[in-house]
Design a binder for this molecule. Structure first.
Ligand code: GTP
Ligand code: MG
Length: 197
């Protein structure tokens, strides 16, 4: 899939205000600043589709984008932003928790992991949260342009090894760079395949 048609649809603070669940849906989630919005722009081939920022906490709502009139991709606010006040974090938990638990058209959640770091507790805890709710997910390692190949490989292997302490298998995963447009075809293809099943 080379060219895709991407259209902003809605920003909502509540899953009940999202578009009718009539199309398969794929959500992008991960720590604040991990590169969710940038990745969506890279997939869509449009740098201005989702708002990005160097400052964590940019995306605040549930943002729906319609792709090729066929499916939705969803940009979500990040978790694990240490400077966010407690009531903000609780609001996030409610908004995202309810969305993930109740959005009937949600096919798969892409969980973004910053490839520069060793496994982070918040990320592993978030995977547990998905597991407890039986939400299907894939992993996307981001910002691969920021580290050398060896570090990237080491951190991915370490993440897989850590996951295997509490999971029986490793989900499908992708290594990406929004800067270098790395991983785009693989992710779009995985979505196409899930659309068919
Ligand atoms: P929140 O909405 O705040 O949760 O953040 P986010 O996960 O949507 O991150 P966003 O896409 O806004 O990107 C955060 C910062 O990381 C920006 O300065 C981006 O330019 C940068 N960034 C994102 N992806 C990449 C990448 O693949 N490579 C590099 N070098 N920088 C990236
Ligand atoms: Mg964002």
């Amino acid at each position: 899939p080379k060219l895709i048609e991407a259209k902003f649809v809605t920003s909502a603070a509540d899953y009940r205000k999202c578009p009718p669940p009539t199309k398969p849906e794929y959500a992008f989630i991960g720590r604040s600043n991990v590169g969710k919005s940038s990745l969506i722009n890279m997939l869509a081939g449009n740098k201005n589709l989702a708002k990005t920022s160097q400052v964590p906490g940019k995306t605040q709502l549930i943002n729906h984008f319609e792709i090729n009139k066929k499916y939705y991709i969803v940009d979500l606010p990040g978790y694990g932003f240490a400077k966010a006040p407690k009531n903000e974090r609780e609001k996030w938990g409610d908004m995202i928790g309810n969305y993930l638990a109740n959005r009937e058209s949600l096919v798969c959640v892409f969980v973004l992991i910053d490839i520069r770091h060793e496994p982070q507790r918040v990320d592993l805890e978030f995977l547990d949260f998905l597991g407890e709710r039986d939400v299907p997910f894939c992993l996307i390692f981001t910002k691969a342009d920021k580290v050398g190949g060896l570090t990237a490989e080491k951190n991915v292997e370490l993440f897989k090894k850590t996951m295997l302490l509490s999971w029986t298998k490793i989900p499908q995963y992708f290594i990406t760079s929004s800067e270098r447009r790395l991983g785009r075809d693989e992710i779009l293809q995985a979505i196409e395949e899930m659309n068919l099943s």
